[in-house]
Design a protein around this ligand. Structure first.
Ligand SMILES: [Zn+2]
Length: 359
């Protein structure tokens, strides 16, 4: 482990030298030994400097996290989102496509204590007013519409502005950054491309459940390397399933690190070109106008999926203003300008406004 860490340090040193062969040699050994660059597309070294408690060099892969989008002033900020700590988060399983004890055993196996996870039945806890909640919807039958694989997660984050100062952070946390609405869709049976029905074992189901649960706790994206509940490879998730079934605790270094970062922590700013900046300004204006006319919206709320991200302001009666970032995680990773698109309804509102201004 020490050898790997020292080679990672060498790689950093190599960046500042002009000796190409030395750089290539060190990079070769670094990759060989698992020193894989982070894929989140933001400056993880700066975060480690600001929050030494994260433990630079530990295998938490926090730099692989896909941050949520938020507007800070007229900049497109990259923020961390999760539940508030020291909270009980109820996990409410709806449907009965798998034995009840599977959910119990899987939850018991996860050695995560950033928040306390408690199973709640649909009957006794069906309201978000009772506190933070993760809904797990069981998708019945292999052909019912739902996730492409065994599961998917929609985790909505409150990215409204706040003036609160976080004492642990060197910079003020200007975004709420608290998860509000989290829904996991899980199935046990799946129709494969061959037409055959695949029925997940407890181990396979448990691995899928804990993987989605980690997304639902705020870890968007996947880690590029290492044994983790948020790795993408199905084969790599098998060890999770084995641990669930054999009653062993599963370490969660990625989630532990996430819950050391204050809610709404701004880890960077997305690159946007002039036309995207123009669009953001127009939308900010639209939101302000509507707020003046009909009152404050719910939100903005953000989601960060496998590929795209969204930002939405919603008013009672179904009115919404929304932005879409169709290649959010990819463009961040490649350090490209972020593509920004209004939702179809928002595009119409913007066109109306432009026409009114020209009259
Ligand atoms: Zn995933």
């Amino acid at each position: 482990m020490k050898l790997i860490a020292s080679l990672c340090e060498l790689r950093n040193l190599a960046r500042s030298t002009s000796r190409a062969s030395f750089v290539l040699g060190v990079l070769f050994f670094a990759v060989l030994l698992g020193c894989v660059p982070t894929v989140g597309g933001w400056d993880v070294d700066a975060l480690h400097l600001e929050l030494p408690a994260l433990g630079n060099g530990t295998p938490n892969r926090i730099g692989d996290l896909t941050p949520y989008p938020a507007l800070v002033g007229d900049a497109l900020a990259l923020v961390v989102c999760r539940f508030e700590e020291a909270k009980v988060v109820r996990v409410q399983v709806e449907g009965d496509d798998w034995p009840g004890e599977w959910s119990h055993r899987a939850l018991e196996a996860m050695a995560f204590d950033g928040v306390r996870l408690e199973l709640a039945s649909a009957g006794d806890a069906n309201s978000v007013e009772n506190g933070p909640l993760i809904r797990v919807q069981s998708i019945a039958g292999p052909d019912a519409s739902g996730p492409v694989g065994l599961g998917d997660t929609l985790a909505e984050c409150d990215v409204s502005s706040t003036i609160a100062q976080d004492a642990r952070a060197s910079s003020p946390s200007r975004v709420t950054g608290v998860l509000r609405d989290v829904t996991i869709r899980l199935r046990r049976r799946l129709r494969q491309q061959t037409g055959k029905i695949f029925e997940a074992s407890e181990a396979e189901w448990g691995a899928a459940f804990l993987h989605e649960l980690a997304h639902g706790l705020g870890f968007a994206g996947h880690v590029a390397t290492g044994e983790s509940v948020v790795q993408r490879e199905q084969s790599g998730l098998r060890w999770i399933g084995r641990n669930v079934v054999e009653g062993r605790r599963i370490p969660t270094p990625n989630l532990d690190a996430l819950y050391l970062i204050p809610n709404g922590y701004v880890v960077g700013e997305a690159n946007i070109d002039a036309s995207a900046a123009e669009l953001l300004k127009a939308v900010i204006h639209l939101v302000a106008e509507r707020t003046e006319r009909v009152g404050p919206p719910v939100g903005p709320r953000a989601i960060a999926g496998d590929r795209e991200a969204r930002l939405a302001w919603r008013w009672p009666g179904g009115l919404a203003i929304a932005l879409r970032f169709p290649d959010w995680s990819g463009e961040l990773k490649r350090k490209e300008s972020i593509t920004v698109e209004p939702s179809p309804a928002t595009r119409l509102l913007l066109e109306h406004r432009r026409r009114d201004e020209n009259l």
